[in-house]
Design a protein around this ligand. Structure first.
Ligand SMILES: Cc1cc2nc3c(=O)[nH]c(=O)nc-3n(C[C@H](O)[C@H](O)[C@H](O)COP(=O)(O)OP(=O)(O)OC[C@H]3O[C@@H](n4cnc5c(N)ncnc54)[C@H](O)[C@@H]3O)c2cc1C
Length: 371
């Protein structure tokens, strides 16, 4: 079977769904998304959903700028996407609490200072203030930073909404379709092959997350992205355990709107192994109980693991691959794909339709790896 599209997107995680959704919004175009599994079935469904530039970034620079622009973009995306799809993405503007961590390079005080210098919203809280804000937290807390501008979202619902919105705007999403090869016409990539069909298109976007490195050899390139496993433990609670996401030493707890609590996460380089391990469960249980001692008697609901796409330098890869006309990548979003996915999708769509980019992504070009 042979199919033709204007744009083929490989991967239906948040990146692929976001690229497809934004392309469909920009104009009449035939867009097909292919995924070897299902929409949001990998890292994008497994994440904790924090939109947290101020917790994640180590200092000023292009990465922080990109993360902040991506966080702001949610203000625009949320109403548009929810109006179109009627799916509540649970975009919760509750702020994030970041407990004092003496092991951090410059200490939490250093984080407070550089963020204040940049004019970012950050408050320093005494132990008493932390206890008032979060009565369920351990009494051992030595103080915290509060980032009122960092938020969280239900990443599974967001990915589903982007896919549903794309479909409503005419995009075709084919689940269970594994790309196993590419079609070339001299320097141009003109299509992909799956075991069932051949697809041709003018533009092809690889949003293949942790699997991006595996596709490189089929293109004669080394795409330096590897899987970084993250395990998560989840408890369905009758009463919310905390009122905000809380970052502590070695991980975080994130409350869902339904009262459920996410406890995450490990960062392990274990190949494509998605097992939940006893060691992972032990570490996450210890973290949860150290932060919220009252959880001891709560029922354990389930645990899962996902594979983050980790590029060699920890930064996203966004843009065309030189010498392979028509081919773009949007991968390597590592710990911040939920935060960055909506904006990256829009930027890739702008690139493809030839619109001026709404944010400069030069520092994240694959050119930095000679690609
Ligand atoms: C435990 C954990 C917690 C996290 N917490 C956060 C957080 O709080 N905030 C945040 O911003 N980020 C977080 N992340 C990171 C975030 O989840 C990822 O960066 C993001 O989901 C990556 O999206 P993606 O679309 O690139 O990859 P994925 O969601 O993995 O999607 C890639 C898709 O490509 C498909 N695919 C691969 N190869 C092929 C092929 N050959 N043919 C067809 N399809 C293919 C796969 O089936 C998959 O569906 C977390 C991740 C984990 C694992």
């Amino acid at each position: 079977m042979a199919r033709t599209a204007d744009v083929l997107v490989v991967g239906a995680g948040i990146l692929g769904c976001s690229v497809a959704y934004h392309l469909a919004r920009m104009g009449p175009m035939r867009v097909i998304v292919l995924d070897q599994g299902s929409v949001g079935g990998e890292a994008s469904g497994a994440a904790a959903g924090m939109l947290a530039p101020q917790c994640e970034a180590a200092g000023a620079g292009p990465f922080l700028d990109l993360c902040r622009a991506a966080r702001s973009y949610y203000e625009q995306l949320k109403p548009e996407l929810e109006d179109l799809t009627r799916i509540d993405i649970e975009y919760l503007q509750w702020g994030i609490l970041y407990l004092i961590n003496e092991e951090e390079d410059e200490g939490t005080e250093g984080r407070y200072r550089w963020q204040r210098k940049l004019g970012l919203a950050v408050e320093r809280l005494t132990p008493e203030e932390v206890r008032t804000l979060e009565p369920g937290l351990t009494k051992e807390v030595g103080g915290a930073l509060f980032f009122p501008g960092d938020h969280h979202v239900n990443n599974g619902e967001l990915t589903r909404a982007l896919a549903h919105g794309a479909r409503l705007l005419g995009v075709e999403i084919s689940e269970g379709s594994r790309v196993t090869g590419f079609l070339f016409d001299r320097d141009r990539v003109v299509g992909v092959r799956t075991p069932e069909a051949i697809y041709t298109a003018r533009h092809i976007v690889l949003c293949t997350g942790a699997w991006s490195g595996q596709l490189g050899p089929l293109l004669g390139r080394r795409i330096p992205v590897e899987p970084a496993r993250g395990q998560i433990l989840y408890a369905e609670l009758a009463e919310p355990a905390v009122r905000h996401p809380v970052w502590g030493k070695g991980g975080y707890v994130v409350p869902r709107l339904n009262g459920g609590l996410i406890v995450g996460s490990t960062v392990e380089y274990a190949g494509f192994e998605k097992t939940v391990t006893l060691d992972g469960i032990r570490r996450l249980s210890e973290l949860a109980l150290a932060l919220v001692p009252g959880l001891t008697e709560q029922p354990f609901t389930r645990a899962w693991a996902g594979l983050r796409p980790h590029a060699k330098d920890g930064l996203p890869l966004i843009g065309p691959l030189e010498g392979l006309d028509g081919l773009y990548v949007a991968t390597g979003h590592f710990r911040n794909g939920i935060l960055l996915g909506p904006l990256t999708g829009r930027l890739v769509a702008e690139m493809i339709v030839g619109e001026p980019l709404s944010f400069s992504i030069d520092p994240f070009s694959p050119r930095r790896f000679g690609l």
